[in-house]
Structures are given as structure tokens and as C-alpha cells.
Ligand binder design. Structure first.
Ligand code: GLY
Length: 343
């Protein structure tokens, strides 16, 4: 098993790669721990949960809401949880977000760890400490930043991951390459999804490389004062259309990345939108959608990256190098309208 360690806010987060879920017993005291998972993961991997206190939530982004949090609080009280109880989120991004959030606020804070079970959670959602819930169409509007003690990578959990979810996860992998790693971008342009699905070594290497990209950024800028903002490439518009149109996260940010690339051609020196579109298509992601730009702008105006009448938009100077540009909302609205009308 390979280990990587990061320091966030003076505390260490350890990533265990090539591990098995059963290794949890070595990391925590089983009696004083509670696993939180969703009904899909629980059904598919029931044996792995044997002997653990477990809370099972309903699967899906629509359950990343306060009602689910309240129900977890009640079940924790039922388990007799106290401030020493350790929480472990076993699942995709919804489970890790909600577990991190519950752990941040229950009894003013419990320790927690994650076993991410989807590509998206492995390379992105479980890393970085941001956690929270959605309020109506506003994604992640309420939450905290608090880091897990560990991330345990058990790729056998991916055996039951539907192809759609693999595709979703690759949107974040392509994003990492686009903003930080031109060599990885080239590798992705050469390979395809089935290659990584079949080749465990290549997949493990790819996951680790993405963990390193994201963790390095977060380690330097945990509270998003600078470089961490770049991780939002594709997410400003992406988040707005994700909940408005109930799109899968990867699909929404894929479209968001195409729009951000087109805006980059105007506001930065970018000339490779074609390559971005091609690589997204190569991994089965959509690159265009019809949406009501005015409705989308309405949601966008609530974006956390907004400041007064402008939005900090993440653009590309070139593949592997992203930049933050402050764009007045009025201009952004015009540009998004013209992008939609020209497609
Ligand atoms: N939980 C995802 C992040 O912190 O970016």
C-alpha cells in the first residue's frame, strides 16, 4: 500500500492507495465509529459493512439537503454518539460532502475520514475539506471547510460503478489536466475511458496523479484566497445548469468548461477550445446544451465567486495554465447569450 500525506491547517491528512475497506479497522476504533453510506453502495457491498455501525442515506444529489442531515443527527444520537465518535463517509461526492458537513457541526465537530467509491469522489469530491449541502437550486450554498483525517482508496468499489459515473468522474480529471497539467491532458487525448477501466495500474496511477494535483493546490491555499479558485474551472456555469436542469455533475461542468474555454478566447489568450471539446467528447461528455441563459444568469448571480456586480471566472491562458479574470455580470450575460445563439 502506498501512502501520501498532506498538511492542511497544521493537521495531517493521509491518503492510503491500493487499500481495502477492511483496513479501516486498523485506522479507527470500530466500536466508536459510524459509517455513513448510500443505499446503492450498501446494497452492492453489504458484506464490507458487517459489524460496523452504519447509517444508510438515499442515493442522489437531491438528498444532499438539510432533511438528510437532520436524519443523520437523529441516528447518531440513537447510536449514543459523543465527541469521540469517528465518522467515515463511504461513497460518492454526496456521501462525502454530507459526512464532512455532519462531522463539522455535530457536537461542534467530530473527526472523520472518507472511503471514496466513485471516480469523481476519488479525484475530487473527497479532497479539499469543502463540504456542505444544497439549498434548492443553489449547490453547496451552506457548508464548512474541514479536513478528513484520512482518505482510503479501495478501487474494488469501482467494480459496481455504472459507466455514466465513470464518465462523470473523468470530467474532473480533464479539468485538472486543463488547468494544471498539459502532459496529463496529452495523455488523456491519446487514451480513452475503456483503457483506464481495464488497466488497474494505469487507473491507480491516474487517480494518484489527480489526488496530487488537487491536494497540492489545496495545501497551498486551503481557504481559496488564490490558486484554489482555479479548481472552479467549468463550475460557475456548470453548477448553475446542474441543479436547474438536473444534469449529472460531470455533464454540467463539461458544458461549463466549453463555455469557459470560449470565453477564454475573448478574455485570455486561449486558442485551444477545439482540443478541450475533442477530449471531453472522447470520454463521453456532452459539450453543448440548450439552456435559458437568463434563468442561468439568475442562479449565477448567487454564485459564491460573485463580488458586487462581477464574477471571478476561471479561464485558460493555455492548456495546463488557468487564470482568474473578473468579468462584470452584464458582460458575462451578453457573452453567454451570444455563445448560446451561435451554437
Ligand atoms: N470537497 C471538495 C473540495 O473541498 O473541493
Amino acid at each position: 500500500m502506498k501512502k501520501l500525506q498532506y498538511t492542511f491547517s497544521g493537521k495531517k491528512t493521509t491518503c492510503y492507495f491500493d487499500a481495502d475497506l477492511s483496513y479501516l479497522e486498523k485506522l479507527v476504533d470500530k466500536e466508536h465509529s459510524v459509517l455513513i453510506t448510500d443505499d446503492n453502495i450498501f446494497k452492492s457491498h453489504q458484506k464490507k459493512f458487517g459489524g460496523w455501525n452504519t447509517i444508510v442515506i438515499k442515493a442522489g444529489e437531491q438528498y444532499k439537503v438539510q432533511d438528510t442531515v437532520d436524519s443523520i443527527f437523529e441516528q447518531l444520537i440513537g447510536f449514543g454518539a459523543d465527541r469521540k465518535t469517528f465518522l467515515i463517509g463511504v461513497g460518492g461526492g454526496v456521501v462525502t460532502d454530507i459526512t464532512g458537513y455532519v462531522a463539522s457541526v455535530f457536537m461542534r465537530g467530530l473527526s472523520f475520514g472518507f472511503v471514496p467509491s466513485s471516480i469523481l469522489a476519488m479525484v475530487d469530491a473527497s479532497i479539499g475539506g469543502k463540504n456542505g449541502i444544497d439549498i434548492g437550486v443553489y449547490k453547496n450554498l451552506v457548508g464548512t471547510i474541514r479536513q478528513p483525517q484520512f482518505l482510503l482508496y479501495d478501487t474494488s468499489l469501482l467494480k459496481t460503478l455504472p459507466k455514466e459515473e465513470w464518465i462523470n468522474g473523468f470530467a474532473e480529471i480533464i479539468k485538472h489536466a486543463a488547468i494544471k497539467d498539459a502532459t496529463l491532458f496529452k495523455e488523456l487525448e491519446k487514451n480513452k475511458l475503456s483503457f483506464y477501466q481495464k488497466d488497474k495500474a494505469a487507473l491507480t496511477k491516474l487517480i494518484r496523479r489527480n489526488v496530487v494535483i488537487k491536494s497540492d493546490v489545496v495545501e497551498k491555499d486551503e481557504f481559496e484566497m488564490g490558486d484554489r479558485k482555479l479548481l472552479n474551472f467549468g463550475h460557475t456555469l456548470g453548477h448553475a445548469i446542474e441543479n436547474l436542469y438536473e444534469l449529472p455533475h460531470g455533464h454540467a461542468i463539461s458544458i461549463g468548461m466549453v463555455v469557459a474555454s470560449l470565453i477564454s478566447e475573448e478574455y485570455a489568450d486561449f486558442k485551444d477550445t477545439g482540443r478541450v471539446i475533442e477530449v471531453l467528447k472522447r470520454y463521453g461528455l456532452p459539450t453543448l446544451a440548450e439552456f435559458d441563459a437568463r434563468k442561468v444568469m439568475g442562479v449565477l448571480k448567487m454564485d459564491k465567486k460573485k463580488e458586487k456586480d462581477a464574477i471571478h471566472y476561471i479561464l485558460l491562458n493555455r492548456i495546463g495554465q488557468a487564470v482568474v479574470k473578473t468579468i462584470p455580470i452584464v458582460q458575462l450575460e451578453k457573452m453567454i447569450l451570444s455563445i448560446i445563439n451561435s451554437r
